[in-house]
Design a protein around this ligand. Structure first.
Ligand code: BG6
Length: 490
């Protein structure tokens, strides 16, 4: 396969995402030879940096983020260029056009360009429009726009943003990032489902009792209080990452493994989601905020004491919800989701709970919690566990649970590529499968808006949960009312 070559223009080159994720991921791709040596990165920011400042920042970020082999780091860094930029000034774009033209010739890139938006979202639309009007997107190669979250704040703003970028780029040139789609085990969901004859025949409401998706974090909001106050867990995690995992678990087998077929099946799931009518929001979606708590013997403060957080903030840092999918396969099967900051563990897991047999000969012998479960470990462990029942060794006829486990620690195991590494590469080869199509973003915002609107009107106080716990009591009650419970995820 030909190694893709491109100029990568990063808006937000001095920012955190660029330093922590983009530079290290590009370096790994470069080191592995996945991308062509004919590449250049143009870092764009407001600050008056020189090429040299950017290069030394890139070098530092790689030395911090990647342990081990740094061969060819200088050579890599020398292909970085910096451009101080004012995103609202036409002049900046005419200069950029010239610069890209020169670099294109110098590195023989053939006119391919990735424009990566990794900065404050209010400028995404403006930048895209200027890129077009000033001819920066006119080249003999391809041009692609990569756009980071948040993609809008609600459906109306997402639509506005989409209309703006669509004036400059066509849908198939737009790569909306959801970094969960770049995770090894999120990509594995469809392989587990569609490459195993033992699962897919059971993957429906005849055999599955419920599905539970948990993504918990130990960290609090850190220094992102300003952003988070306007977002909350619903917009920050549910609208994108959690909904994406649900669609991958629920989608029908695509006709073939093409971008279009896969995304079209995912879109159908979102279309089948039962809309949340106002009065049901309280019953099916729980929000809460972390209070003080103890981690490893140390007391940590609650959300209201965090930097840039209003002392009477009603922002949720935890969401648990029940989604219903009204189609033939899933009628009657709840999909429970749960996510939050400052919880007991940093962990993302999916539990598929199978229904009990219609007639269980061992009903009085089976250990408590003898349900068959398939657990998909997304992170930090990567793998799966199938929980079965077997005979207890000895003279009794009792059963005991047997766990078939295949997993490795994401960090200690073979070095699986970072989500951003895959996604950058996919973009450069023109594969948009693991990026969100506009229809997905549109439908998931419509679903989320109904929840946030109901919450905005609800004056009752937000429940709180102690830092270091798995969330508030209400999240347990959500399942108990259906006679289920959250399976432990540690
Ligand atoms: C981001 C959210 O999209 O995902 C963060 O903005 C969150 O608030 C992060 O911490 C979680 O990602 P991961 O890959 O660590 O599970």
């Amino acid at each position: 396969n030909e190694q893709p070559k491109s100029i990568i223009v990063i808006f937000g080159a001095t920012g955190d995402l660029a330093k922590r994720k983009l530079y290290p991921s590009l370096f790994r791709l470069f080191q592995k030879g996945s991308i062509s040596e004919q590449f250049a990165v143009v870092g764009i920011g407001r600050r008056e940096w020189s090429d040299e400042t950017l290069r030394s920042q890139v070098k530092e970020s790689i030395q911090t983020e990647i342990s081990g082999d740094h061969t060819n780091l200088d050579e890599f860094c020398n292909q970085f260029y910096y451009k101080p930029f004012n995103v609202t000034s036409q002049h900046s774009y005419t200069e950029l056009k010239e610069m890209l033209h020169t670099l294109d010739k110098r590195h023989q890139i053939g006119g391919n360009r990735v424009f990566y938006m990794a900065m404050a979202p209010e400028f995404f639309g403006t930048i895209a429009q200027y890129l077009k009007s000033e001819g920066v997107t006119e080249t003999e190669g391809w041009t692609r726009l990569v756009i980071e979250k948040p993609f809008g704040h609600d459906l109306a703003s997402a639509k506005k943003l989409n209309d703006e970028i669509r004036e400059a780029f066509s849908e198939d040139e737009i790569y909306r990032i959801d970094h969960y789609l770049g995770k090894e085990m999120v990509q594995n969901i469809q392989v587990i489902r569609f490459a195993n004859a033992v699962f897919e025949p059971l993957w429906n409401n005849q055999h599955i009792a419920n599905i539970q998706v948990t993504s918990s974090e130990r960290l609090g909001v850190e220094d992102r209080g300003g952003y988070y106050e306007n977002s909350g867990a619903l917009r920050d995690m549910v609208q994108n990452h959690m909904m994406q995992m649900v669609t991958l678990l629920a989608m029908e087998p695509p006709l073939r493994l093409s971008t279009e077929e896969i995304r079209s099946e995912k879109i159908k799931v979102l279309r089948a989601l039962r809309p949340i009518a106002d009065q049901q929001v309280q019953e099916s979606f729980i929000r809460a905020q972390y209070g003080q708590g103890v981690y490893d013997g140390e007391t940590v403060q609650g959300y209201l004491k965090e930097k840039n957080v209003s002392p009477d903030s009603q922002t949720e840092t935890f969401v648990a919800g029940k989604l219903l999918i009204d189609n033939y396969r899933w009628a009657g099967v709840p999909f429970y989701i749960r996510t939050g900051k400052r919880m007991a563990a940093k962990s993302t897991k999916i539990v598929i709970e199978f229904k009990p047999q219609p007639h269980n000969l061992y009903h009085d012998k089976i250990e408590k919690n003898g349900s068959n479960l398939l657990v998909i470990h997304i992170q930090p462990d990567e793998g799966m566990t199938l929980m079965l029942n077997g005979k207890k060794i000895g003279t009794t006829g009792d059963t005991s649970s047997v766990n078939l486990n295949y997993s490795q620690h994401g960090i200690d195991g073979i070095n699986t590529p970072e989500a951003y590494e895959r996604l950058l590469f996919d973009c450069m080869i023109g594969d948009a499968t693991n990026f969100a199509h506009w229809d997905e973003v549109n439908l998931s915002w419509a679903y989320i808006d109904a929840i946030s609107e109901a919450w905005d009107e609800d004056q009752s106080n937000l429940p709180s949960y102690p830092s270091g716990s798995m969330g508030p009591r209400e999240a347990n009650e959500l399942l108990e009312q259906d006679e289920f419970h959250w399976w432990p995820i540690e």
